[in-house]
Design a protein around this ligand. Structure first.
Ligand code: SF4
Length: 348
């Protein structure tokens, strides 16, 4: 891990934080369903998300993990309302975001930001860094005048460990890691309450990845921003997120406290994922390599979608889809709740 990066709290001149009812999650997804019609056969659709329910508490950190194509990024786009939802609800600060009118949606987006996988693709190459960081300030009317916005830009750059003097440069003058720091600074410009990170380190070298993760951890600690962290790399989850949800073909197959899920994975897919990465805390078991490829989402298997790859599959797994339910072994000892979708895990 790299050296600590200085973090300076950013002033909130506007838009101010909204309150959430005491005890209510900051973000709550309930039975979210999303499908995409096939281009050539409009009467058929690919199921991208199937009854996904997760929560992110105030100041909390939830990791969504799974292989490519499992629906993780679709989830992020629905949360930001970049596309319509088919069914279910997504509540942010207690409000159903898919019912918001455009002005309210714009105000909400100031409190919910996203960091993308490709920092170069997410930055406008024609704009200087100062112009890039000023843009959200102007859109959301943060800062009373040019001087206040210039000071805000300088604070943001310091916050992510970059020299404010570099603000006159354009993105191509920076390394991949520095560009991702700029993208994080832009995401923090409106002092959001939730930061959605979609594979923010997967395009970076390993040493740079570690420093970006250090930065995110420190920002979360210092600003209290909640994290929804989307990744296929389980190795980075335990140090950053206290909750984890494992997705397979658009469904959550296991979720709960990261400590519990990583030390005692219950779903065969979670176990296989953990055994396929070098994690010191992973439980050794017989599944050392994740067998096969994820099934074609256009023709998903009947029953449990994981059954073609599962060494523990039984005849009932090919016929009946297992429900996501609380693990009976832990319902007394783990009140936070670990839930698993597998016929071999018994319900209370
Ligand atoms: Fe494997 Fe059956 Fe459990 Fe699916 S339901 S993970 S196929 S044992």
């Amino acid at each position: 891990m790299g050296p600590p990066i200085p973090v300076t709290p950013t002033s909130r001149t506007a838009p101010g934080p909204r309150t959430t009812a005491r005890g209510a999650p900051l973000l709550e997804l309930t039975n979210v369903y999303k499908s995409f019609p096939l281009r050539r056969e409009r009467h058929r659709a690919v199921r991208a998300l199937d009854r996904v329910s997760v929560q992110v508490p105030e100041r909390g950190a939830l990791a969504i993990v799974g292989e490519s194509g499992c629906g993780k990024s679709t989830l992020a786009r629905l949360i930001l309302r970049l596309m319509p939802i088919d069914a279910g609800t997504i509540r942010f600060e207690g409000t159903d975001i898919h019912s918001l009118r455009r002005p309210d949606l714009r105000r909400m987006r100031a409190r919910m930001s996203m960091v993308f996988q490709d920092p170069l693709g997410s930055l406008n190459p024609a704009l200087t860094i100062a112009e890039t960081l000023r843009e959200p300030l102007e859109i959301h009317r943060i800062g009373r005048n040019t001087d206040e916005r210039r000071m805000h830009v300088a604070r943001l750059l310091e916050q992510v460990g970059l020299d404010p003097a570099w603000s006159v440069r354009r993105p191509d003058a920076f390394s991949g890691g520095q560009r991702q720091r700029i993208a994080i600074a832009r995401a923090l410009a409106t002092a959001p309450r939730l930061l959605i990170c979609d594979e923010p380190t997967s395009a970076l070298d390993v040493s740079v990845q570690a420093r970006i993760l250090d930065l995110l951890r420190q920002l979360q600690h210092d600003t209290g921003v909640a994290l929804l962290f989307i990744t296929h790399n389980l190795a980075i989850v335990p140090d950053l997120c206290d909750q984890v949800a494992v997705m397979y073909l658009g469904r959550i197959v296991e979720q709960g406290p990261t400590r519990t899920v990583f030390s005692r994975p219950r779903h065969p897919y979670t176990r296989a994922l953990l055994d396929s990465v070098p994690l010191p805390r992973a439980t050794p078991n017989a599944l050392n390599v994740l067998p096969g490829e994820p099934p074609n989402p256009i023709n998903p298997p009947n029953g449990c979608a994981f059954h073609p790859r599962c060494p523990l599959a039984e005849p009932r797994c090919r016929e009946t889809t297992p429900a996501l339910r609380t693990d009976r072994d832990e319902c007394d000892t783990d009140p936070v709740g670990r839930r698993v979708a597998c016929h071999l895990v018994e319900a209370p």
